[in-house]
Design a protein around this ligand. Structure first.
Ligand SMILES: Cc1cc2nc3c(=O)[nH]c(=O)nc-3n(C[C@H](O)[C@H](O)[C@H](O)COP(=O)(O)OP(=O)(O)OC[C@H]3O[C@@H](n4cnc5c(N)ncnc54)[C@H](O)[C@@H]3O)c2cc1C
Length: 376
């Protein structure tokens, strides 16, 4: 019997879409990928990858490139604002004994590594292109593209992120992303010799952290409560970020504060979240990644669960006897894990905003890390 899914369209070339293309190509499925950005650029500073993310990168076949160009380490050091270390959280080596339990990399570097792997896998990539219509029947999906071309597919994967047009088209009643009351500041800086892994300082309201992203660079992240999601003029980024670090007497953080200047690639991003109720597919169009579960970065696991979606979906495409069966099984394996990450991360933000129970905060972090370590 012919396999039910031989030709797939991936809409969106972010981490989730690229991962889906790589895994499907390994099974000999023909994959077209359309990405709306003609430059296929990735914005932002560093991205942290926990043990489960490292496991996903290993499965995708890019862990060596990640470790060569990014940074891997074990454990997370926790400090109080004056600089005394109060805890060291273990980060088990989930990807295997030879891969550190934690890591980080510059976003554009990871995007390039995955884009190279996507092309090397034989994906037909088209940049500066998206869909203009999607029509499905019992045996396939007809897609018209903005470059005037058309295609017919066995399956269409929507991986076009938080503001997904695929979601809007196929699920017009889906919830919209919601602002969570916090924003994150990030900056890229020359790496200091004391920074050998993830470090976090627990202020009463603000929680700065540092993470090496390569041999020479590290990134600073600071979560700030902001009741209103109002615009901040980029000209104010540098003084505002410096002001947020001022109340922390820890000598290392003050050194970092001194390092900040106009070359520090400072970014501010209001945090939004979305958890789309089940099902995440309609007939032959299925959604993955931030299109259905955009989490706040409190567990640094948004990219992780998007990569995992892609890996699981490709496995189910390979194993299932029908499209319905593949998508049912995909959803059954993904729903609870993704719900847990989005809702637990959201709860951590709520506790931080309310100045709430630190015990509950620590327990949720621990439980989420343990759950993420489970096989997918
Ligand atoms: C401040 C912040 C910090 C974060 N930190 C971390 C972290 O440390 N660790 C972690 O694991 N996660 C982190 N995340 C989450 C992570 O960035 C996302 O979960 C991840 O990037 C989602 O990938 P994606 O491919 O699903 O979506 P996206 O990255 O949004 O990719 C979507 C792609 O689709 C393209 N596209 C959009 N519209 C269309 C269209 N109509 N047609 C075709 N293409 C289209 C876009 O150009 C883009 O390339 C963070 C998120 C935020 C906001």
């Amino acid at each position: 019997m012919a396999a039910p899914i031989n030709k797939v369209l991936v809409i969106g070339g972010g981490f989730s879409g690229m991962a889906a293309a790589i895994q499907l190509r390994k099974q000999g499925v023909a994959v077209d990928l359309v990405e709306i950005d003609p430059g296929w650029r990735s914005y932002g500073a560093g991205i942290s990858m926990g043990g489960a993310s490292m496991r996903a990168l290993r499965q995708l076949g890019v862990i060596d490139a990640f470790l060569a160009e990014g940074d891997g380490s074990d454990g997370v050091e926790i400090f109080i604002p004056t600089g005394q270390k109060v805890a060291e959280l273990p980060t088990p080596r989930i990807a295997g004994p030879d891969v550190p339990g934690n890591g980080a990399i510059m976003r554009p570097v990871l995007a390039r590594i995955l884009a190279d792997a996507t092309r090397a896998a034989g994906t037909n990539v088209r940049l500066g292109c998206t869909f203009s219509s999607i029509e499905q029947d019992d045996t396939g999906v007809d897609v018209a593209f903005t470059d005037g071309s058309q295609g017919r597919y066995d399956l269409v994967i929507g991986a076009d992120g938080l503001y997904s047009k695929v979601r809007e088209t196929i699920f017009p009643d889906a919830p919209k992303p919601a602002y969570t009351g916090q924003g994150v500041w990030r900056a890229v800086l020359p790496r200091l010799p004391e920074v050998n892994g993830t470090m976090m300082w627990l202020g009463p309201k603000i929680k700065p952290g540092l993470n090496p992203v390569s041999k020479d660079e590290m990134y600073l992240f600071v979560t700030e409560d902001r009741v209103a999601n109002d615009f901040i003029d980029p000209a104010e980024f540098l003084p505002r970020l410096k002001a947020l670090l001022a109340p922390f007497p820890a000598p290392l953080l003050q050194q970092v504060r001194e390092q900040l200047d106009n070359d520090s690639q400072i970014i501010f991003r209001p945090l939004e979240s979305l958890l789309m109720p089940s099902p995440w597919y309609r007939r032959r169009v299925v959604l993955i990644g931030d299109t259905v579960h955009a989490t706040t970065p409190h567990m640094a696991s948004g990219a992780c669960i998007g990569l995992e979606d892609a890996i699981v979906l490709a496995e189910e495409v390979a194993n299932a006897g029908s499209v319905d069966q593949a998508l049912d099984r995909y959803l059954a394996r993904r729903w609870e894990r993704c719900r847990m990450v989005v809702q637990n991360s959201g709860r951590l933000g709520e506790i931080e905003i309310a100045g709430g129970d630190k015990e509950e905060h620590a327990r949720i972090m621990r439980e989420t890390l343990m759950a993420l370590a489970q096989p997918i």
